[in-house]
Structures are given as C-alpha cells and as structure tokens.
Design a protein around this ligand. Structure first.
Ligand SMILES: Cc1cc2nc3c(=O)[nH]c(=O)nc-3n(C[C@H](O)[C@H](O)[C@H](O)COP(=O)(O)OP(=O)(O)OC[C@H]3O[C@@H](n4cnc5c(N)ncnc54)[C@H](O)[C@@H]3O)c2cc1C
Length: 635
C-alpha cells in the first residue's frame, strides 16, 4: 500500500510519553486493515475489536474522546433493554439522595451547583455520568509533544465573559470560580510577519470573523477552479480572486452584507421556513450561497440549510437573518480545552479536592482530577463516573410516589439508588429512553426531537511551519470528502508568567470541526446517513482521510505527514445536538413547542438540558440545569 506509506500511516511514534499514553488510553486494543500510526508503536498490541476509538491523547481525558466504543456499547445495552429484562437482579446501594442528577455535562453540573449553593451545601446530590470523565460536550484533548503540553477542544469551544454583577448562573459561577474577566493570549513571534491567528475555532468560518484572521481558501476542480488554486483572505477584497462567477460573487457579497431584523415578528417568521428557503426565496440568492453556508450550519445547527429553520440560523448569527458581525471588534475567545474549563471549575467548586491545584484559572488548568475524591461518602455532592443510567421511574406513581428510583450500570453491573427528586440532564436522546413512566404528552413531544452527529478532530502538530509558509493559520476548502476547514489558535495564557512568543517551530493543535449532513434529503435521512458515516468509518480510515487531505493541500508548503503529525484524536459525537427544523422553537399551528412540553417535567422528575433552550450553548445548558434544579427543589 504505497499511499499508506506516503501518508505515513506506517509511521512509528516512539516518543515515550506519547506511546505510554496511547497504550494506557485504549489498552492497545485497536485493529484495522491498516493500523494507525500510534498503534504501530513499539510493543503495541495489534489485536482487538475496537476500530473506532483510537488514540485518546494524554492526561485526564485520555480515555474519553467523544463517544468511545465502551460508551457506545453501554448505551446500546440500555437501548436493547439488557438490564430491564425480567430476572435481572439490580443491587440496591441503599443510598437516598435529595437530588440525583443524570448526566454530568454542563447542565448536570450546573444543576448540582444550584442544589449545593441554594442549600448551603446541606442537600445531598449525586451526579451520574456515563463517560470516564465529566463535561459532556465540554471536554478537551491533551497531547505531549516534545515535552510540551498542548490542549484542544473536544466540542464546545467559544465563550463570552459574563457581565460582572449579572444575575445569570454563568455570571454567579464566574465570580464563585474566581475567574478573571479579561484574558491574554500568547504573543506571536515577530518572525511570523504579522500573521493573524484566531483565539478560537470558529472565527475563520464564513459569516463569522473571517476578515479579522488570515484564512487560505483552497479551490480544487470540484469547486469550479480550472486547476487547484489558493486564494488568501477572499472576503477582504470582495472575492475578486476567486473562481466564482461575477453573478455568484455578487450574491455572496449581498448575503454577507445583509442584516436580518431583530423583532419578535421576524423571529417567528423565520421559524416557519428553512434557512435555504429564506436565502433562495425571500432573498432571491443563488443556490451557490446556500452551498457556501452549508458546512457552517451543518456543523453548528446540525443539518443542511434545507432542513434547519431560518430562525436556527439566526440564533447562530448567520448572514441574511441576523446582524452582520463587526469585523473590527474583539475576536471570539476560547480556553485551551474550549468549554471544558466550565466543567472543571464546577467540579473544583463542588468537590474542592476533586481537582488538584488552587481554585482559579491557573490552578485548575494545570491541576489534575483526583478521581478518588469525586464519589466519597459523606460529601454533599458526589460525582459517579462510568455510570450509565438505564431506568428512571417514580417508586409508586408520579402523583403519590415518595422517591424516584434511578438504576444504572457501572463496570457491567446494575445498581439502583433512590432520590427525593431527579434532574434529567442527559439530553433528549437518552432521557426519553430511560424515563420509564413518562406521561403521554412529554413522550410525544420528546419523540419529535432529532439529533445530529458531529466530528471534531484534533491533530497534534510537531510544528506548523507549513502553515506559516502558506501564510495562514486557518484553511477552508470546498469539496465534501472530509470536513471543510481547520485552524490553529493563539493559546490563552493560563499561568502567571507569559510564555515566549509562539513560532512556527512550536507544537500546536490543528482542529477540524465538521457536521455530517447530506443536503437535499429529508432531515431524518440526513441524520441517519451522517451517523452511519460517523460510526461506521474506522479510526484508521478517518486517519487516512486526514493525512490525505493535509498532504494534498500542504505538501507544496513543506508539510511531511511523517515528520509533522505527532498524534490524531477523533471525537465522535453521535447525538451532538438537537436539530431545529421549522417550528421547533415557537411550535406549530398554535400548539406549544415540544421543548416547552418537555421542560415541564413531571412528578419528582425535572428535565433540564441545553436542547430545551433551542440553540445549544454552554451558558444555555447552565440556565436549563439551574431551572431544573430549582424545580426539583420546589423553588
Ligand atoms: C461540536 C459542538 C460544538 C459546540 N460549540 C459550542 C461553543 O463554541 N460554545 C458554546 O457555548 N456551546 C457550544 N456547543 C454547545 C454546548 O457545548 C452544549 O450545548 C452543552 O455543553 C451541552 O450541555 P448539556 O449538559 O446540556 O449536554 P451534554 O454536554 O450532552 O451532557 C449530557 C451528559 O449526560 C451524559 N449522559 C447521557 N446519557 C446518560 C446516561 N444514560 N447515564 C448517565 N449519563 C448520561 C452524557 O455523556 C453527557 O456527559 C457545542 C456543541 C457541540 C456538539
């Protein structure tokens, strides 16, 4: 297989720290037709059945990169009713909690924080989380490259600093966590020649802050170019150098410059049609505009513009339907591990010795999880990891029951705990499957929720000299083979002393975000095709696509896959987010929206996860978790 050799799929990575983490990460159990680079390392076992998970990086998150095979297997056991069959004996742990929270993502941790804070840490609370580490979509990947720790986001990325003295949970928690309200980022060495490097992984995308950072656009034959060509910062000179026809160029510029309205009436109108309908019918733009916007809404809204509402596109700030973003203000920001920081600080606050290091930015970023401290008897909040909940039900009926019984699987064994109240923060996909006594209206409302897959890949680079030679830290391409863009960031300064300015010879994380959608198909089909592709492509096959993509684009700028790639982590999210088709937000035909019906909860069970707010965000997740916790506490 000479292509595999050219792409360095046979490369042996021998750096000790890297190898050890790889072996610890998945027990060396990864098999495929072509073993990926890390698995070829000295001593790595070449047998096993996990072709999906791959290398998980180093540090606390090494065994938790997206939906790993063990997590998927446990979820499938829930789906298949393995533990709810007659005759299965479930061990009663004898525990009774004031509140049990199902799901340790941002919503679940915010619920636990609300329980602890509002009761002065007197109420007992157990968080059950199925992954090996808390955070849900707010997790990070870590790498050690040439002795340097580099970090990238697994999904949730961009944050805004909440207003000081504000009343939102985000603002309150920010103060409790001792976080600063302004941040500095590593300087860029003068030798880099003024390259504009983003602070997050979205700024470079079309319709965001793409004119404030350096983006190189790669047009190959499939995108209309006579031969492959690069165009630098295409929006800054009105697309003049692109292969788009003059008519398409004019439409793209009109799309990019048109403001949406902000009135309630306009929002309601947008919720009655798809974004594609709005662009092509209301704005009379050419389909090429819809196609250019597709990867961004496909990622952030979860499906193609022909399936998501124009209101969903407005919620994420897309041109035409929302206010045109300023190209001169401050850039959007992210922490090294994206919004993993929220989860880490919640845990530090809830279980102070659950994290080494002092509270605050530096202590937590450089700290390590003390897993043994998270689930200790006697503390007001306990966090139980690797615990997949398979059934939640009132002990008697929702109207007169005294308890909720929460049953979960841990290490292959089923257990049950009791709760005076439960908060479901596990996302609609799971909640509707495990809530055994759902009232008919919530069941019907939940049945309308559809979830989209997403893939986030972090490639650890030994150096990023090829990007320097190319003249851009961000790259955008237009064919559908794999993803649509990737970028490196200027890392946030998290310690006291500012590190030396970054140079192209330093290690860096190159991050690829992508949705998996198929425009032109009905929504349900788009989602199932995307999930199939996400979950049926082996780690090795994705690795090959990534190496091929990078080699095709970057080899002319000196990229050498064997030398420059130090590691690849895939974060697969099977049900990354709820999709908002028309009617999702405001409801249809005068009926309440399904998300509002679900948010009512029932009996002793409150339901709060970010999906219920429409567009999903970390702060939205906190608000939902807080609301559900207060409901559970009867406040
Ligand atoms: C690719 C991507 C990019 C994003 N980017 C941003 C961004 O830049 N900025 C931003 O603000 N937001 C972003 N978001 C959205 C935001 O991160 C999420 O909305 C938020 O983190 C979701 O929090 P949650 O707690 O509601 O759900 P989740 O994070 O999904 O948490 C639910 C938790 O419940 C667990 N769970 C599920 N089932 C069970 C079970 N049966 N038993 C036990 N545990 C269970 C899950 O493993 C998970 O840990 C992004 C989301 C994605 C997917």
């Amino acid at each position: 297989m000479s292509e595999d050799r050219d792409l360095a799929l046979d490369a042996t990575i021998t750096r000790k720290d890297f190898l050890n983490a790889a072996l610890l990460g998945v027990g060396g159990a990864l098999l495929s037709s072509v073993a990926p680079a890390w698995a070829r390392a000295e001593g790595a076992e070449q047998t096993g059945s996990d072709t999906l998970t791959g290398f998980g990086g180093t540090g606390d998150y090494a065994r938790s990169n997206g939906n790993t095979k063990p997590v998927l297997d446990a979820a499938h056991r829930v789906r298949d009713g393995v533990y709810t069959k007659a005759g299965v004996s479930i061990a009663d742990t004898g525990e009774i909690y004031d509140v049990v929270v199902v799901g340790g993502g941002i919503a679940g941790l915010a619920a636990a924080y609300t329980v602890a804070k509002s009761s002065g840490r007197t109420k007992s609370c157990l968080v059950l989380e199925n992954h090996p580490i808390f955070g849900g979509g707010a997790k990070q990947n870590e790498f050690q490259v040439r002795g340097v720790r580099i970090v990238g986001p697994q999904a949730s990325n961009q944050f805004g600093v909440p207003r000081e003295g504000g009343t939102s949970i985000a603002s309150e928690a920010w103060t409790d966590f001792g976080l600063p309200r302004s941040f500095s980022y590593q300087d860029v060495d003068a030798s880099v020649g003024g390259l504009k490097i983003p602070l997050d992984n979205y700024a470079h995308m079309d319709g965001v802050n793409e004119q404030q950072v350096d983006v190189a656009y790669y047009f190959d034959r499939s995108s209309g170019a006579a031969k492959p060509m690069w165009v630098k910062n295409m929006w800054r000179n009105d697309l003049a150098d692109t292969p788009f026809s003059p008519e398409v160029r004019a439409d793209l510029l009109r799309w990019r410059r048109t403001n949406g309205d902000t009135t309630e009436e306009f929002r309601r109108k947008l919720d009655t049609m798809t974004y594609a309908e709005y662009l092509e019918r209301e704005m009379t733009l050419r389909p090429e505009v819809t196609r250019l916007a597709a990867p961004i809404v496909g990622l952030i809204n979860g499906s193609a513009p022909d399936a998501i509402s124009a209101f969903a596109a407005q919620q994420i700030g897309m041109p035409g339907v929302s206010r045109v973003r300023s190209q001169t203000g401050p850039l959007p920001q992210s922490f090294p591990g994206g919004n993993a920081f929220y989860a880490q600080h919640f845990v530090k606050w809830l279980v102070p010795d659950g994290y080494s290091g002092a509270p605050g930015l530096e202590g937590v970023h450089n700290g390590r999880v003390n897993f043994a401290a998270l689930d200790r008897k006697g503390q007001s909040t306990r966090i139980r990891l690797g615990a997949t909940v398979f059934r939640v039900t009132h002990a008697q009926s929702p109207a007169d029951g005294e308890h909720v019984v929460v049953a979960y699987e841990q290490n292959g064994r089923p257990y049950a705990v009791k709760a005076r109240n439960a908060v479901m923060a596990s996302g609609g996909m799971m909640s509707r499957a495990v809530l055994a006594d759902l009232p008919a209206d919530i069941k019907a409302a939940y049945a309308t929720f559809q979830h989209a897959p997403a893939l986030v890949v972090n490639v650890a680079l030994d150096n990023w000299r090829f990007l320097h030679e190319l003249g851009a830290p961000c790259v955008r391409w237009f064919d559908d083979e794999f993803g649509f863009s990737c970028n490196i960031r200027r890392p946030m300064v998290t310690g006291g002393a500012k590190p030396a300015p970054m140079t192209p010879d330093d290690p860096a994380v190159l991050t690829f975000y992508m949705g998996l959608y198929t425009a032109g198909k009905p929504l349900a089909e788009q989602l199932s095709l995307g999930r199939k592709r996400l979950l049926e492509t082996s780690y090795a096959d994705f690795e090959r696509l990534i190496r091929r993509r990078m080699t095709a684009m970057f080899a002319p700028f000196g990229f050498d896959a064997r030398r420059d790639i130090a590691g690849i982590v895939l974060n697969r999210w099977g049900h990354a987010r709820v999709v908002q088709p028309p009617g999702f937000y405001y409801g249809r035909n005068g009926q309440p929206a399904a998300r509002e019906v679900v948010a009512k909860g029932y009996g002793r069970i409150a339901i709060g996860h970010s999906e219920l707010g429409g567009h999903q965000s970390a702060t939205g997740a906190m608000a939902q978790g807080q609301r559900a916790a207060l409901q559970a506490l009867g406040k």
